[in-house]
Design a protein around this ligand. Structure first.
Ligand code: ADP
Length: 434
């Protein structure tokens, strides 16, 4: 028991004793005790009421004169209250600092709860995406920023994926968005202004497309004359070889320009339609027939492990198969084997081209889909490669929400696996396939 509590108890006992004593002097000790007890009770009630009033009004001046245990309770309360006020001030200062630093960030940051509702955002989010800190609080972010890609990103819960979306503020702005986990059950939507990068990449795309287009007409004229020249009966013997070489190079240039234009078209186009379905097994069989039987071509087999159809663009997927197959044919000796496989599962479907050819060094694998990248430059040119085949494959796959996984072992062969997500695959029971 504290000193103050002891004093209070002693005080009460004393008053009761005095009351009983006075009562005893008048021959009525119980009445004296009762009067003293009522006096004690009234005194305590008075202290309690003034303490309650002080709590209610926040004005403790009236309560300065609390006594005994009340005085102690009062000073304890005041100490705690001062500490809470100090802490609140500190937290407020800290919060102000954090807000200042998040507001100084050039990237937009939006705090979302588990239902993708806005909890808060920084100044850059307001400037880049037009979000209003107070008015938009509690609203679903995908109801305010309406972009199918963003909706998909928020649903995917994939913390490595990023998307580009047009900024709803101003004209022609672009934002790169990603989601990262934050706190308990919350997420942070980060937005970066990539307008300049997008503009530059569009300029590059337009330049390549325009240059390819402009070069096509003069090249058509040159190769037309070369064809006429090659057919001329009175051509001097010494000219035959150079003219044939010029003809071959002109055709090669035509092929490169055609592929560059194809790449530009693929880059500019959005996602491939989900409405058309492709019978992949049939496509693999057709491609196999187009390649096999030629001299120097290895044995080609088709492994149809699924009858599932693929949602997408038939001619683009055919381009993927033809490019992968023609690479396999060019890099696999006649006594090797090439396998075209199609399999599906719960996570999606895989189109796989495997060969037992020369293989690729691990250091080159990440660069294979770069434009004009070749492992062996001289050889690739000689065997008709443009260096654009795998870049085209990659862009077609991007349009089909798919990715390319390459694995290879030098001297043993390579595997090119195109992975399509489940929403691009339509399952067909084997019985329905004739
Ligand atoms: P290219 O038209 O030169 O074949 P690609 O873009 O199709 O260009 O391929 C890039 C490079 O990747 C090729 O030059 C080749 O060196 C390598 N490559 C592609 N496929 C295979 C394969 N199946 N086996 C070995 N190397 C390959």
């Amino acid at each position: 028991m504290s000193e103050a509590a002891r004093k209070t108890v002693l005080g009460i006992v004393l008053i009761l004793a005095i009351g009983a004593g006075i009562g005893w002097m008048y021959g009525r000790p119980e009445t004296g005790l009762l009067i003293a007890a009522v006096a004690c009770l009234l005194w305590q009630i008075r202290q309690l009421l003034s303490f309650e009033r002080a709590l209610r009004t926040g004005d403790f001046d009236d309560f300065r004169h609390g006594e005994g245990i009340w005085e102690q309770m009062f000073s304890r309360f005041q100490f705690e209250r001062d500490r809470a006020v100090r802490r609140k001030k500190e937290y407020r200062g800290l919060l102000r600092e954090i807000r200042k630093s998040t507001n100084a960030m050039p990237d937009g940051a939006v705090i979302l709860d588990a239902d993708n509702e806005i909890v808060g955002c920084n100044r850059a989010a307001k400037e880049l995406a037009g979000l209003r800190r107070k008015k938009d609080r509690g609203q679903r972010v995908d109801n305010i920023l309406r972009d199918p890609e963003l909706t998909r990103l928020l649903l995917a819960n994939d913390y490595t994926a990023t998307i580009n979306m047009a900024s709803p503020v101003g004209h022609g702005g672009w934002l790169n968005c990603r989601v990262v986990p934050y706190g308990a059950d919350q997420k942070l939507l980060l937005m970066r202004d990539v307008t300049d990068r997008m503009r530059l990449s569009k300029m590059r795309r337009d330049f390549v497309a325009n240059a390819s287009h402009e070069l096509r007409s003069p090249l058509t004229v040159i190769s037309g004359y070369l064809d006429t020249l090659a057919e001329a009966e009175d051509m001097p013997a010494g000219w035959i070889k150079p003219v044939m070489q010029m003809q071959a190079q002109a055709n090669r240039m035509k092929m490169i320009l055609g592929e560059l234009l194809q790449l530009s078209r693929l880059e500019a186009a959005g996602p491939a339609s989900l409405d058309d379905t492709i019978d992949v097994v049939q496509l693999l069989e057709r491609s196999k027939q187009a390649f096999e039987g030629h001299a120097h071509v290895a044995a080609i087999g088709v492994l149809a492990e699924s009858a599932a159809r693929l949602r997408g663009n038939q001619s683009e997927i055919e381009t993927v198969v033809v490019n992968l197959l023609s690479n396999a044919v060019r890099h696999t000796p006649r006594d090797g084997t090439i396998t075209l496989a199609w399999r599906s599962g719960a996570k999606g479907a895989d189109l796989i081209v495997t060969d037992t050819g020369e293989g690729i060094d691990a250091e080159f694998i990440p660069r294979l889909t770069e434009r004009f990248f070749r492992v062996d430059k001289g050889r690739s040119r000689d065997d008709g490669g443009t260096g654009l085949g795998l870049a085209i494959v990659k862009h077609v796959l991007v349009r089909h929400d798919a990715d390319l996984v390459v694995s290879s072992e030098p001297g043993r062969g390579s595997t090119f696996r195109c992975r399509f997500p489940a929403d691009r695959v339509v399952d067909v029971p084997i019985a329905e396939v004739s």
